[in-house]
Design a protein around this ligand. Structure first.
Ligand code: 6PG
Length: 241
């Protein structure tokens, strides 16, 4: 994905952002399947993405062509309710017929370093004995949220990211839990499209800083991915004054 300009689209409420996100996911899936026979989607954690996922349930889609990846994961037991993969399963993955073999959770229960190495092999196709069907990058759509500090995925301010890897361990995340696994900007921008979801008054300061040119992780990733940023009025509140 060539770096390009970031576009901001304002919507009234977080529900509107979730609805627009679900529509865009389904449209991107239809286009990707028509053009490439598959849809590689990277899911984000967080409350707004989860709202969008629930709206996918029951919608018409060629689900058997979908493959699901994760932008980041918390190093918690596989069924822990605070895992992004568990939240996504409850919101929609358990309710749509995506083949289980096409869902690639990050094995974050192995710990940050082992999980990052494993997912790197999954994405780069060098995992010995991996399912032959692991599709290759680029992704078709990457979904991201933004934290109050301008983090995205598990890429946090003041935490430098090495250029080489697609996946990194995070040992000291300021947002609990501290141990996580995250795709890097290099992996996140290897995509045909990127959507960043920003809702809630608690995001207003970071959004204001972003739009004023602050060098935040979300700003860097969004620029690399030429992202469309869907924001609600609450997040824009302080940004307009
Ligand atoms: C995580 C998420 C994180 C999230 C943002 C926004 O594991 O914490 O991946 O990047 O997307 O923190 O989360 P909210 O939408 O819940 O504020």
């Amino acid at each position: 994905m060539p770096a390009g300009s970031v576009r901001f689209q304002s919507l009234a409420t977080s529900e509107d952002v979730a609805a627009a996100t679900a529509e865009r996911i389904l449209a991107a899936a239809e286009q990707a399947v028509a053009e490439r026979g598959r849809f590689l989607l990277v899911l984000a954690g967080g409350r707004t993405p989860i709202m969008a996922y629930t709206l996918l349930v029951g919608k018409p889609a060629q689900w058997d062509r979908w493959s699901i990846f994760f932008g980041d994961e918390r190093c918690l037991p596989p069924d822990h309710p605070e895992r992004n993969s568990v939240a996504a399963r409850h919101a929609f993955l358990d309710q749509v017929p995506i083949p289980p073999a096409n869902i690639y959770p990050m094995p974050a229960e192995q710990g940050p370093v082992a999980a990052a190495l494993s997912y790197q092999r999954t994405l780069s196709g060098s995992a010995f004995g991996k399912p032959a069907a692991v599709p290759r990058l680029p992704f078709d759509l990457v979904l991201l949220g933004m934290g109050e500090d301008g983090h995205t995925a598990s890429l946090f301010p003041g935490h430098p990211v090495p250029d080489g890897p697609l996946v990194i361990p995070v040992l000291d995340a300021p947002k609990p839990p501290p141990k996580r696994v995250s795709l890097t900007p290099k992996a996140l921008c290897a995509a045909h499209a990127m959507l960043v979801l920003v809702t809630g008054a608690d995001k207003a300061d970071a959004l204001t800083a972003w739009r004023a040119g602050a060098d935040l992780p979300v700003a860097r990733v969004a620029a690399l991915g030429a992202a469309l940023v869907l924001v609600d009025r609450a997040a824009e509140g302080a940004a307009l004054h």
